[in-house]
Design a binder for this molecule. Structure first.
Ligand code: DOR
Ligand code: ZN
Length: 338
């Protein structure tokens, strides 16, 4: 008998860009209505760098949340770590309740011009993170190398950090390659987020036919073999791999232009799409752990109590939400959040 409706523990989005100001107001409802919590990325304008920034940003999110009445949703705050971050800043942020520090290698993605060039310069920071229990979130791409090899070439850096700080909990974010899956499986205290779009796309969906700017993100989608490795591990029930949408909104005109921004606005479709992907793989029984359990356990957070209900009902993804083109716009999806 065909499944038409089911409920599960509401999930968390362990990697999300909510932005600030107007954009925050536009995108927050999608994440706040479909997730219990979201780990909020710090590459905003202005960025979240120091111990007091997360508090201000939290208040900003809270204000929108209150205006839009999403009381059941909580943001999990992060700071961006760069070569100016000091160990005492980590201590301060940790006291403020900041869960994680995010490292962007220099220039690898949106708003990362202030990122890290020399990882040796932040080893005292990693040491303090290890001591305070703050998680390290890594955008795992090596700058200035061939774009399809950036993730693979970053793995040496991951290995080194893990060897020097074996108790530091690390999340390798939005992995896109078979070799990254292998590395995460091998290393103790290392986990990974996987996006919905990387379970679906390969490089062909970005540049194989007509150029598709709304499928363009960093790290860029890779080969069919890589996609399959992600799909296999995401649906396997391995607790080291959990969901992070990397929903990254940009206005339509910043995507459809000569220097288009990297980022896929997946928040409106992420949950229905995951259901569809897991159902197709005949692994719907593994979805709740991927979205609602494994990440919380790795972050040492209590599991959400609320439930979410999914119903099987076709819908067409809108062409735009207030000037932002969502992932799979104009396409048909077969599940909806009730
Ligand atoms: O495609 C991406 N967009 N990848 C990232 O890592 C950052 C994000 C953004 O902030 O737009
Ligand atoms: Zn991101």
């Amino acid at each position: 008998m065909e499944l038409k409706e089911f409920s599960m523990r509401i999930g968390d989005d362990f990697h999300c860009h909510l932005r600030r100001g107007d954009m925050l107001g536009k995108v927050l409802p999608f994440t706040a209505s479909m997730f219990g919590r979201a780990v909020v990325m710090p590459n905003t304008e202005p960025p979240i760098l120091d111990r007091f920034d997360p508090h201000l940003y939290y208040k900003e999110i809270h204000q929108y949340k209150r205006n839009q009445s999403y009381s059941g949703f909580s943001p999990i705050m992060t700071i961006q770590i760069n070569e100016s971050t000091s160990p005492s800043m980590i201590e301060g942020a940790s006291l403020e309740g900041v869960a994680a520090g995010k490292v962007y290698p220099i220039g690898v993605t949106t708003n990362s011009a202030n990122g890290v060039r020399d990882f040796g310069k932040i080893s005292e920071v990693f040491k303090r993170m290890q001591e305070t229990g703050m998680l390290l979130l890594l955008h795992g791409e090596k700058p200035d190398t061939f774009c399809l090899h950036r993730e693979k070439e970053f793995l040496n850096t991951l290995l080194k950090i893990n060897k020097e700080f074996p108790e530091l909990k690390i999340v390798l974010e939005h992995i896109t390659t078979r070799v990254a899956v292998w590395a995460v499986k091998e290393l103790k205290n290392v986990a990974a987020t996987i996006t919905a779009h990387h379970l679906l796309l390969t490089l062909d969906d970005v540049v194989g036919d007509l150029l598709s700017p709304h499928n363009f993100c960093k790290p860029i989608a890779k080969s069919p073999k890589d996609r399959l490795a992600l799909l296999e591990v995401a649906t396997s029930g391995n607790p080291k791999f959990f969901f992070g949408s990397d929903s990254a909104p940009h206005l339509k005109e910043r995507k459809e232009c000569s220097s288009g921004c990297a980022g896929i606005f997946s928040a409106p479709v992420a949950v229905p799409l995951l259901v569809e992907i897991f159902e197709k793989a005949d692994r719907l029984d593994k979805l709740e752990n991927f979205v609602s359990t494994f990440g919380a356990v790795f972050y040492d957070l209590p599991l959400n109590k609320d439930k979410i209900t999914l119903v099987k009902k076709d819908w067409i993804v809108p062409e735009s939400y207030d000037g932002i083109v969502p992932f799979l716009s104009g396409k048909k999806l077969s599940w909806q959040v009730k």
